[in-house]
Design a protein around this ligand. Structure first.
Ligand code: GTP
Ligand code: MG
Length: 333
């Protein structure tokens, strides 16, 4: 459900044949050899295109071929190399060899390119085979065949909303309560080892939320599991900071998380964000929520209990509305 997938076949271009030719000379019907080399066959590349959203096109067209190189000519002329074939795929596409599973590329940034099937080299013409002992070689090479392989394309769904928080803050629990995803939940830190995605629905609308492994102080420099996964939230529209109200100093958690994200990338710092205090059921009813620094920058501060369900509906509605607004703003620009 979360992954768009397609398998396609690539055949890079064959190299052009080497030429067999001889110079014409008045006194000699067979002058020196002059057959040129064949041109290289076209290679096949994949290129990330942020304008594409799905791998649908690849369901309809499965075979991709690059052109062959031109044959070599007389007078030592090398055949023209064929043009490369560039296949555009949505950013976020991972490309693997279908047979071996080998990773060929993981294209994330607009315009990023990877070579997937190399074109064959052109064959040598007979001129290349001349030597003092073999002055009139009457043979040439064929071009090399182009590389041929099947590849699997996988597009990871990009989340609209990223859930960030310390280990054990209740990120996976929240995701499991509001989406169709069933992440592992446990009362020890670092339960989540790789990001989970879930589709959150309300009425006709939906958004995708990602629960990433817990962050700790120093995450931007590689501490804990955080660093590798921060890149998964780089493309979300909004960030939700989950703060465990039963832990000591939840406002301090916010300050640390905020600083970590800022140090990782200014891009993350600019995203609209909200703060959600979790595990409200562990406090006496009517307890006040702690004050956060720069609270005015948050589009929402609220409390929830994933156990009792308190505040979940309101949170989902607020996120849905914010996501819709961000989507609309993106269309305008
Ligand atoms: N009482 C109570 N416990 C909760 C609530 N939400 C989560 N928990 C508990 O808190 C613990 C951690 O929850 P997780 O959802 O696994 O936390 P996480 O943030 O995903 O943790 P990591 O994956 O380790 O980063 C579990 O034992 C949950 O049952 C809540 O609203 N109330
Ligand atoms: Mg988790």
């Amino acid at each position: 459900m979360f992954v768009d997938r397609a398998q396609i076949n690539l055949t890079a271009g064959e190299g052009g044949k080497g030429m067999i030719a001889f110079r014409r000379e008045a006194h000699n019907s067979r002058g020196g050899p002059s057959g040129g080399r064949g041109g290289a066959g076209g290679s096949i590349y994949f290129e990330a295109d942020e304008g594409m959203a799905t791998l649908m096109d690849f369901r309809y067209q499965r075979d991709y071929r690059a052109e062959r190189g031109a044959h070599g000519g007389g007078n030592n002329r090398t055949g023209r190399g064929a043009e490369d074939l560039v296949i555009r795929v949505p950013s976020g596409t991972v490309i693997r060899d279908a047979a071996s599973g080998e990773l060929i590329g993981d294209l994330t940034v607009q315009g990023e390119r990877v070579l997937a099937a190399r074109g064959g080299r052109g064959g040598r013409g007979n001129e290349s085979f001349a030597s003092p002992t073999r002055q009139t070689p009457d043979f040439a090479e064929d071009g090399e065949p182009g590389e041929q392989r099947s590849v699997v394309l996988e597009l990871k769904l990009i989340a609209d909303v990223g859930l960030v928080g310390f280990p054990n803050a209740g990120k996976s629990t929240l995701l499991s309560r509001i989406s169709d995803s069933h992440p592992k939940i446990a009362d020890y830190p670092f339960t989540t080892l790789t990001p989970n995605l879930g589709v959150v629905r309300s009425g006709m609308d939906s958004f995708v939320a990602a629960d990433i492994p817990g962050l700790i102080e120093g995450a931007h420099s590689g501490k804990g599991l955080g660093l590798e996964f921060l890149r998964h939230i780089e493309r979300t529209k909004i960030l939700v900071f989950l703060l465990d109200i039963s832990a000591s100093e939840p406002e301090e958690q916010y300050r640390i998380l905020s600083a970590e994200l800022a140090q990782y990338s200014p891009e993350l710092e600019r995203k609209p964000r909200c703060a959600v205090f979790t595990k409200l059921d562990l406090l006496p009813p009517d307890s006040r929520l702690p004050k956060l620094e720069n609270e005015a920058e948050l589009f929402l501060v609220c409390g929830i209990s994933a156990v009792s369900g308190l505040g979940l509906e309101r949170l989902v509605l607020a996120l849905m509305e914010k996501v819709a607004r961000e989507r609309a703003a993106e269309k305008v620009t």
